[in-house]
Design a protein around this ligand. Structure first.
Ligand code: PHE
Length: 349
């Protein structure tokens, strides 16, 4: 299975960092539309093979994400397989340098960006050493943190989803559960609160419990929130939350969020569909960050122009959901098909 998945990729580098001995994986899934882009993830995995599996799936998802967002880039990803426990500051600095060495060795077929465990400051360091990183701090010539733009894109996708499912874009009184209070989750919770949603939030980190009321939300433990009976679920943490086991117990009407690879396996899309739960594929909903970074840094657009591009994610979601409904395909199948068509023909659907 892993080998099969690996063979779908153009290039995979698995390198033990010279300074840290930490395993660093750079997966380049496709460069058909342009150099691959994808975030740099620092995370603990039990084995490096688990890290590889994650990198491969994440890189493949980036190919579809770029294609669907009309971006002329392919998909890639960096995963650093962290040992268990906290990472001390010196080791972390060395690791970012090790990662930069691997990215430099890709000679421009892969450009990185922030992801789980990394941020603009890391991108500054990687850019300084390679020239191949998005989202450096604005003061250092980059477009800065992509979290707000990602959240704006999720909101656009969520409103399109709400219109499709409930017949209205109004979120007043709508019950919404946000799982994961990282930068994107927090910002999004604020946006949903402003629109009058009834919010429940959850995070693996207990700190969220005290933050919940500041965010205007109720707190619920991570183990219970998934099976709560609410209208909309927003997965905003790491992937794999929607499994074959949990899906039969879900009671949401709509699922849409920024987490990458929300489905543990692709067949969960069919299961969700058969239960009448509308799932907006994460390859559509999470594109705000890359749309922002690419358009600011490569195309020189203004923030106002980029806002329109991010809002356009809503239109794409609406079209995909409508097509899924009329063709009785899942939204995932429709989205994947559109993505592959663009890669094949160079034309957007
Ligand atoms: N984490 C971002 C994503 O998954 C990665 C990224 C952001 C890459 C911005 C490039 C620019 O989409």
């Amino acid at each position: 299975m892993l080998l099969e998945q690996a063979l779908e990729h153009e290039q995979i580098r698995i390198i033990r960092g010279g300074r840290t001995s930490i395993t660093i994986i750079v997966a380049v899934h496709s460069t058909a539309l342009g150099p691959a882009i994808g975030g740099c993830r620092l995370r603990h995995y039990s084995t490096w093979q688990d890290g590889l599996t994650d990198a491969l799936r994440l890189a493949a998802a980036m190919t579809d994400k770029c294609s669907l967002a009309g971006i002329d880039h392919g998909g890639g990803k960096t995963v650093a397989v962290l040992p268990a426990g906290p990472l001390n500051a010196t080791l972390r600095t060395d690791l970012v340098r090790d990662i930069a060495d691997v990215i430099r060795s890709c000679n421009g077929i892969y450009l990185t960006g922030p992801d789980v465990g990394t941020g603009p400051e890391d991108m500054r360091i990687i850019h300084e050493r390679t020239g191949y990183a998005f989202c450096r701090p604005t003061g250092a010539g980059g477009s800065g943190d992509s979290a707000q733009a990602t959240a704006d894109g999720v909101l656009a996708a969520l409103l399109a989803g709400a219109e499709h499912v409930f017949g209205t874009r109004s979120l007043a009184g709508r019950s919404i559960g946000v799982v994961g209070l990282g930068n994107v989750g927090r910002y999004l919770t604020g946006l949903l609160h402003e629109r009058g949603a009834e919010l429940t939030v959850s995070d693996i980190n207990d700190q969220g419990r005290s933050d919940a009321s500041t965010l205007g939300a109720r707190w619920r433990d991570p183990v219970d929130i998934l099976t709560a009976e609410l209208d909309i679920l927003v997965p905003a943490a790491v992937g794999g939350v929607l499994t074959r086991t949990v899906t039969p117990r879900l009671r949401w009407r709509l699922i849409v969020g920024p987490a990458n690879n929300q489905l543990a396996t692709d067949d969960v899309a069919d299961l969700l569909d058969s239960r009448g739960i509308v799932w907006v594929p994460d390859i559509l909903a999470s594109a705000g960050g890359i749309v922002h970074a690419i358009n600011i840094e490569q195309h020189g657009l203004t923030e106002e122009q980029v806002t329109l591009q991010i809002a356009a994610i809503g239109g794409t979601v609406a079209r995909v959901l409508a097509q899924a409904r009329t063709s009785s395909l899942t939204p995932l199948m429709v989205a994947r098909h559109q993505s592959r068509e663009r890669i094949r023909t160079g034309k957007t659907a």
